[in-house]
Design a protein around this ligand. Structure first.
Ligand code: CA
Length: 228
């Protein structure tokens, strides 16, 4: 992947560049939002890592401008500000994900990979992939390494929602709301049943659905294809 790093701290920018190159990604670094806007106007990047606190225009303003211009490069925001209002503001402006400094390298790589896969899945349209799992949206079918997995309607809808949101926590209320577009009556307890059935089918292939206690579920980012 070709990744644009927008970071004014030279030590962090350098560490990020080295980390990405060590995983065979191409990394370009700019130190201001103005330079980043210019780069995105003239070249194609698969992902952007964006610092919020920058000299001149800040990261939020850059996000606003990019989205206003319909530039859809997936953006991972890096910020020392962990205030909830900042996160919400950034998501509303079109950031795809957040990481609060300081962060672990593996966490950053996992988020980038999930971001890139989500974006690829959305542009591919009719097929989603996640490690050994493939969803065919037209046929509404799921397969593991080419072998069809039996997924009744609600299980399939839930699985699709999870793959679309790989690496993000999905609250039970959101799951109920999304699945109710298909089927009117659904309790939070029923969601647990569907999750448990999906786990039985997917865990043998190494696919893990994590329970976030008191809140919901998360399909863990798939890590095995870092080198690709
Ligand atoms: Ca900064």
């Amino acid at each position: 992947m070709r990744i644009l790093i927008v970071e004014d701290d030279p030590l962090l920018a350098d560490a990020l560049t080295q980390l990405l190159r060590s995983r065979h990604h191409a990394a370009d670094t700019v130190t201001t939002a103005e330079m980043a806007e210019d780069a995105v106007d003239h070249e194609n990047f698969d992902l952007m890592i964006l610092d919020i606190g920058l000299p001149g225009m800040d990261g939020f303003e850059l996000l606003r401008r990019l989205r206003a211009k319909n530039r859809h490069v997936p953006v991972l925001v890096l910020t020392a500000r962990d205030a909830v209002e900042d996160r919400v503001a950034g998501l509303e402006l079109g950031a795809d994900d957040y990481l609060v400094k300081p962060f672990a390298n593996e966490e950053l790589l996992a988020r980038l990979l999930a971001l890139s896969r989500r974006s690829r899945n959305l542009t591919m349209g009719h097929k989603y992939s996640y490690g050994p799992l493939e969803l065919n949206l037209e046929a509404r079918s799921a397969s593991l390494r080419g072998v069809v997995v039996d997924t009744p309607q609600r299980e399939w809808d839930l699985l699709r929602l999870m793959v679309e949101n790989e690496g993000r926590i999905l609250g039970k209320e959101r799951i109920v709301a999304e699945l109710c577009a298909v089927e009117k009556e659904l309790s939070a307890n029923a969601i647990e049943v569907y999750v448990s059935r999906l786990r039985q089918k997917l865990e043998p292939a190494g696919i893990r659905i994590r329970t976030v206690r008191g809140f919901g579920y998360m399909l863990e980012p798939w890590l095995d294809d870092f080198a690709s």
